[in-house]
Design a protein around this ligand. Structure first.
Ligand code: NAP
Length: 253
């Protein structure tokens, strides 16, 4: 069974590993190609956009893909929409791996917003020391609030730097521990954090650290995603595939 995993997440990588070890599946991981040095994968990788839903459908047909697994980041709404459309037009089964969002717990001080622009507004006019835990392509709107001092952590360096008077950049790849993040926030005297509600464990450390330090988090809500059959864990994807494989073997396909 040929599987295309739309990846770029820790779960997609874990799924590739599980399918490589399984032996019944021929999987490929697709990456958007934004990260200069992506982590190695246990299966072959292709990289870069497909050219919209039509391009993805063409790829699915040309590569004779049986199942498309959308294991992209919950904020990657465009590729998820393309996956639904392309799977339908290429007549390929689709399963989405969607981790649940983080829920607020006692001690959290979240200001929930719908967009990066709203996050900028939520920081207010008074200068603050702000930790931006966002992708480097999401930082530009903060130039509208140059009164704040920014600490930016991203996988690849931010180049060119933001047009603000005070910004410190850290290039680092998670996962991080709560202790590391508490230390980082304390050292830089951070007063507010801006983060996406990504869910999962890999990047939760900053949220737990903010709670421990009593810091507000301006939390970007998730974009709407298209309807698709979905599960929440890698194990459930493998179980779903095993079931699909049993059915197709029974039908002699
Ligand atoms: P997006 O807005 O959904 O995708 C934009 C375009 O990038 C897609 O239309 C597609 O191009 C291409 N693309 C995205 N994921 C792809 C994949 N796995 N394989 C091949 N092409 C892919 O997503 P985004 O621009 O990457 O990111 C949007 C948000 O998600 C940001 O908040 C970002 O920080 C977060 N995020 C994304 C990833 C990721 O790996 N994509 C990882 C971590 C976080 P075509 O239309 O040409 O096919």
């Amino acid at each position: 069974m040929r599987i295309l995993i739309l990846g770029g997440t820790a779960e997609a990588r874990a799924l590739a590993q599980a399918l490589a070890a399984h032996g019944e599946y021929e999987a490929t991981v697709s990456l958007a190609g934004r990260t200069a040095e992506p982590l190695p994968q246990a299966v072959p990788v292709r990289s870069g956009g497909f050219g919209g839903a039509d391009g993805l459908a063409r790829y699915l047909r040309d590569a004779d893909v049986d199942v498309l697994i959308d294991a992209t980041h919950p904020f990657a709404a465009a590729i998820s929409a393309n996956a639904v459309q392309a799977a339908e037009s290429a007549n390929v089964k689709l399963l989405a791996l969607r981790r649940p969002p983080w829920e607020k717990v006692s001690g959290d001080n979240w200001i929930e917003v719908e967009s990066v622009e709203q996050a900028v507004t939520a920081l207010g006019d008074t200068p603050k020391r702000v930790f931006l835990a966002l992708g480097r392509n999401e930082l530009q709107p903060f130039t509208a609030a140059p009164q704040h001092s920014y600490l930016v952590r991203s996988v690849d360096p931010v180049d060119p730097p933001l047009a603000v008077r005070d910004a410190v950049y850290i290039a680092a790849r998670g996962p991080f521990s709560e202790e590391e993040d508490r230390d980082l926030l304390t050292r830089h005297e951070i007063e507010a954090i801006v983060a996406k509600n990504s869910g999962g464990t890999a990047t939760y450390s900053k949220i737990a650290a903010a709670r421990a330090l009593g810091l507000p988090v301006v939390m970007l809500k998730r974009p709407a995603l298209p309807d698709a059959a979905s599960v929440a864990t890698v194990e459930e994807v493998v179980a779903w595939l095993d079931h699909a494989l049993t059915l197709s073997t029974a039908r002699g396909v």
